[in-house]
Design a protein around this ligand. Structure first.
Ligand SMILES: Cc1cc2nc3c(=O)[nH]c(=O)nc-3n(C[C@H](O)[C@H](O)[C@H](O)COP(=O)(O)OP(=O)(O)OC[C@H]3O[C@@H](n4cnc5c(N)ncnc54)[C@H](O)[C@@H]3O)c2cc1C
Length: 470
C-alpha cells in the first residue's frame, strides 16, 4: 500500500492546480486530500470562516467525483503531518506554495520533517505570477515603488508564463453531504447566513464572473472602477484569496483580449498591486504590525473606543463612510474607492491607529489577505511604501459628490436617506429643520449627526503631522 496526498490550502480549484494535477497523475494505490484547519489562523477572521467552510463543502463534493477523499483535520499543521507519517503509508505529498511568509516558514519546517522521513514531496508555485523572491532591483534590494516593481515583474511574467490547463471538471452537486469537521468551522453566530445571498464560493462561479467581466466590464474599468454604485470591478477578490481562481488564469484570459485598451491596462495593474503587496510583506515582514516608515513611530494617534465603534457600525454621520461600513458588514466586501475613503476617515479624521482598522477589516472582509490589507492600510495612512502622503486628506463630502453623485450607493446602504434631496446627499446635517421634518430625516435621530467636523478634524490631523516633523 502507498498513499499520496494533496495538501489543500488556499487553492480550492481543480483546473490550473499543479499540485492536484500531480496527485491525479500519481500511480499510488491510495490517494487523498487533506485540509488542516488551524483555529488560531482564523481567530480574528470571523467572516472568512464562512467562505472557508462553504468552499470545503463544495470542493469535497468535487473531489469525490474524482474518487479522491477529503479529510478535514483540526490541528496544528506540523503535528498533523507528523501524525500522517506515523499512522499511514504516506509516500508522496504535493502542495502549492502559500504566498504568505508565515506559512512559508511552516512549509519549510514540514519539508524538513518529510526529508528526514524519506517522504517524497513537491511544492508548486501557484498563487503569484512570479516567485516572490525573484523580483528585485538590479542591485539585489527589494522594490518600494510600485511602477518600477511592476515594470520588471510584468516583463518577467510575460516572458515565462505557460499556457495553463483551464478545463473545469464538473459542476458540483447542490445537495452537499454534511461533514462534522467542516460544520465546526462555520462562525457561531447565524449572521453569516446572509452571505449565501451574495456569494457562491465555487470555481465555476469564479470562472463565470471572470468571463462576464471580460465580456462586459473590462473595457470601461478605468472609469467605472471608481463608481461604487455600478458593478465596475470584477469582485473576484475572495475567489482569488481562496484560490477558486488563480491570477494565472486571470492573466491568461486578459491576454486573449484582442483590443487591449486602457481598461485592460488598468485591470492588469491592479493584479500588479497584489503582487507588489506580497513582495513588500515578504521583504519587510515587520510591516504586518509596524509602520514601514519609522518616522511615523512617534505619531500621536487617538485612542477612542466610542468613535471607533461608530465607525465600525457605519454611524459617523458622513453618508459615504457609513454606506461603505454597512456594505462591508452586510456583504463581507467593500468597494475599493470606499475602502480608501473609510480608511482615511479612521486614520485622519478620527486619528485612530491604522492597526485598529486593519483588525476590523481582517475580521469582516471575505477577501482578507494579510499582504493586501496591511499594504492598503499603510498606503492610506501614509506610513507604507509608495503611499499617499498623510497630509493629503480625503474630504468625505467631496469624495461622495465626485464618486456617488447620484447617491445610489449611499441610498442603497443607508436607506434612511432615501428621500434626501441631491444637494444635501453628502452633507445631510446642512438640511434646514423644516426640510428634515418634511423628508422625515431628522439629523441626530433618524440619521446620526457628524461625529467630527471635517475642517476641525482635518486641521487637527495636519497639526499632529507637523508635530512629527519637528
Ligand atoms: C484599506 C484597504 C484594505 C484592503 N484590504 C484588502 C484585503 O484584505 N484583500 C484584498 O484582496 N484586497 C484588499 N484591498 C485592495 C482592494 O480594495 C481590493 O482588492 C478590491 O476592492 C477587491 O475588489 P475586486 O475584486 O472587485 O477588485 P478589482 O478592481 O476587480 O481588481 C482585481 C484584483 O486585483 C487585486 N487588487 C485590486 N486592487 C488592489 C489593491 N489596491 N491592492 C492590491 N490588490 C488589488 C485584487 O486581487 C482584486 O481582486 C484593500 C484596500 C484598502 C484601501
Amino acid at each position: 500500500m502507498s498513499l499520496s496526498v494533496f495538501w489543500l490550502k488556499d487553492d480550492f480549484r481543480i483546473s490550473n492546480n499543479q499540485a492536484i494535477k500531480a496527485l491525479i497523475e500519481d500511480k499510488s494505490s491510495e490517494k487523498k486530500t487533506i485540509y488542516i484547519y488551524e483555529k488560531q489562523q482564523y481567530q480574528l477572521c470571523e467572516t472568512q470562516k464562512w467562505w472557508l467552510a462553504r468552499s470545503l463543502e463544495i470542493f469535497k463534493e468535487k473531489l469525490e467525483s474524482l474518487k479522491i477523499m477529503l479529510d478535514v483535520v483540526h490541528e496544528n499543521s506540523t503535528k498533523s503531518i507528523k501524525k500522517l507519517i506515523t499512522n499511514s503509508s504516506l509516500t508522496r505529498i504535493y502542495w502549492n506554495k502559500s504566498c504568505h511568509i508565515n506559512e512559508n516558514i511552516i512549509e519549510d519546517d514540514i519539508k524538513k520533517i518529510l526529508k528526514d522521513n524519506n517522504i517524497f514531496y513537491k511544492e508548486f508555485e501557484a498563487n503569484l505570477l512570479n516567485p516572490v523572491e525573484k523580483i528585485k532591483k538590479d542591485d539585489g534590494t527589494p522594490f518600494k515603488v510600485f511602477t518600477h516593481y511592476w515594470k520588471k515583474a510584468e516583463q518577467i511574467y510575460l516572458k515565462n508564463n505557460d499556457k495553463y490547463n483551464s478545463k473545469i471538471f464538473k459542476n458540483y452537486n447542490q445537495n452537499l453531504t454534511k461533514d462534522k469537521n467542516i460544520e465546526a468551522i462555520y462562525p457561531k453566530k447565524n449572521w453569516y447566513k446572509k452571505f449565501e445571498k451574495y456569494w457562491e464560493p465555487s470555481e465555476e462561479k469564479a470562472k463565470e464572473i471572470l468571463d462576464n467581466f471580460i465580456k462586459k466590464s473590462i473595457e470601461h474599468y478605468a472609469i467605472n472602477r471608481d463608481i461604487p454604485s455600478v458593478e465596475g470591478t470584477s469582485k473576484l477578490s475572495p475567489y482569488i484569496k481562496f484560490g477558486q481562481i488563480s491570477v494565472h488564469q486571470i492573466m491568461q484570459k486578459c491576454l486573449e483580449i484582442k483590443n487591449k485598451k486602457i481598461g485592460y491596462r488598468k485591470y492588469i495593474n491592479e493584479i500588479g498591486w497584489r503582487e507588489f503587496s506580497h513582495s513588500l510583506l515578504h521583504n519587510f515582514p515587520e510591516m504586518e504590525a509596524n509602520n514601514l516608515r519609522k518616522d511615523f513611530d512617534n505619531f500621536k494617534w487617538n485612542k477612542n473606543e466610542k468613535l471607533l465603534f461608530k465607525w465600525k457600525k457605519g454611524l459617523t454621520g458622513y453618508p459615504i463612510v457609513d454606506a461603505g461600513m454597512r456594505e462591508l458588514y452586510e456583504t463581507g466586501w467593500m468597494h475599493n474607492r470606499v475602502r480608501m475613503i473609510t480608511a482615511s476617515f479612521l486614520v485622519k479624521h478620527l486619528r485612530i491607529h491604522w492597526l485598529e482598522g486593519e483588525k476590523h477589516f481582517r475580521n469582516t472582509l471575505l477577501d482578507f489577505n494579510i499582504a493586501n490589507n496591511v499594504s492598503g492600510w499603510q498606503w492610506v495612512a501614509g506610513t507604507g511604501a509608495d503611499a499617499a502622503p498623510y497630509f493629503r486628506i480625503f474630504n468625505p463630502i467631496l469624495q461622495g459628490e465626485k464618486f456617488d453623485p447620484s447617491g445610489n450607493y449611499v441610498k442603497k446602504w443607508c436607506p434612511e436617506l432615501k428621500n434626501i434631496p441631491n444637494e444635501f446627499l453628502h452633507k445631510p446635517w446642512e438640511m434646514p429643520e423644516a426640510l428634515q421634518k418634511e423628508k422625515n430625516i431628522i439629523i441626530g435621530k433618524t440619521y446620526p449627526s457628524p461625529i467630527v467636523k471635517h475642517e476641525e478634524a482635518r486641521n487637527s490631523a495636519l497639526r499632529a503631522f507637523k508635530e512629527l516633523k519637528k
